[in-house]
Design a protein around this ligand. Structure first.
Ligand SMILES: *[C@@H]1O[C@H](CO)[C@@H](O)[C@H](O)[C@H]1NC(C)=O
Length: 247
């Protein structure tokens, strides 16, 4: 009798330890969104205790930027602050963007609308801090892409006091040419993200600096589909967390 009670007690203790363990939680709950409890509106709750970035939703932000007061574009790539410290600086990010195949705006001219983002770092909605466009023809530079359309991304740094991770949040997409007024192509958000991830994980270089990124995919930061998404273009809800290492 005592033997059986002790046995049951041990089983119960083991189960409660497994349940409470952060590793168990991370591996079985967070990594399989279907098992995470959802809010009534179907959204998944914020991630906690992430390393190298902070879920903007923890402090009133969101993973969509703002093109107006409601709709926005997905911040579908995060460059974690575990990355090469150089690319966490503004100059460094510009160099890294060049290594991927982007350049800065043509002759300092801004095409298109300034977006804002609230990264939940206490700074509220702030204007984009960098806009990079794909460089099709090196001689003509970004001017050519600005006419032709192509890949681009906007970036914001999470560095307010409420979430001072130092990570970059990127909203990447692929555009049609400018005769269509910089409209995003069909599946343009997923394509824009995957373009960056493919190149970053393959390895890039710029002026003697070499980088290679590890990627971790997170579901649940963005809701899959078109809700509040600019141009009503569906995205798959996946965010690529990049850790970019200097080789
Ligand atoms: C946060 O990062 C942005 C972009 O690099 C920079 O302009 C700003 O000064 C930084 N703010 C703080 C408080 O460090």
């Amino acid at each position: 009798m005592l033997g059986i009670s002790v046995f049951i007690l041990l089983i119960a203790l083991t189960l409660s330890l497994v349940q409470a363990s952060p590793v168990f939680f991370e591996q079985t709950i967070l990594k399989s969104p279907s098992k995470r409890p959802r809010y009534e509106n179907g959204e998944l709750p914020p991630f906690r205790d992430t390393v190298g970035w902070v879920d903007p939703r923890l402090n009133g932000g969101r993973q969509l930027d703002y093109t107006d007061d409601r709709i926005g574009e997905p911040l579908n790539v995060i460059i974690s602050s575990l990355s090469d410290p150089y690319i966490l600086t503004e100059t460094g990010l510009h160099m890294y963007a060049k290594s991927i195949g982007f350049s800065e705006e043509c002759l300092g001219m801004h095409y298109g609308h300034i977006h804002e983002a609230n990264l939940g770092d206490g700074l509220g909605r702030k204007q984009e801090q960098f806009l990079a466009r794909q460089d099709y023809v090196p001689v003509i530079g970004t001017c050519w892409e600005s006419v032709r359309g192509g890949h681009h991304f906007r970036a914001w740094k999470q560095n307010g006091t409420l979430a001072d991770s130092g990570a970059w949040f990127l909203g990447a997409s692929k555009e049609k040419d400018s005769s269509k007024n910089h409209k995003i192509t069909e599946d343009g958000y997923n394509l824009g993200r995957d373009f960056i991830v493919d190149r970053a994980t393959a390895g890039t270089r710029w002026r003697g600096m070499w980088w290679k990124a590890d990627v971790e995919w997170k579901e649940g930061l963005l809701q899959r589909g078109t809700r509040d998404v600019n141009h009503n273009i569906a995205q798959d809800g996946r965010v690529a967390i990049l850790t970019v290492n200097r080789l």
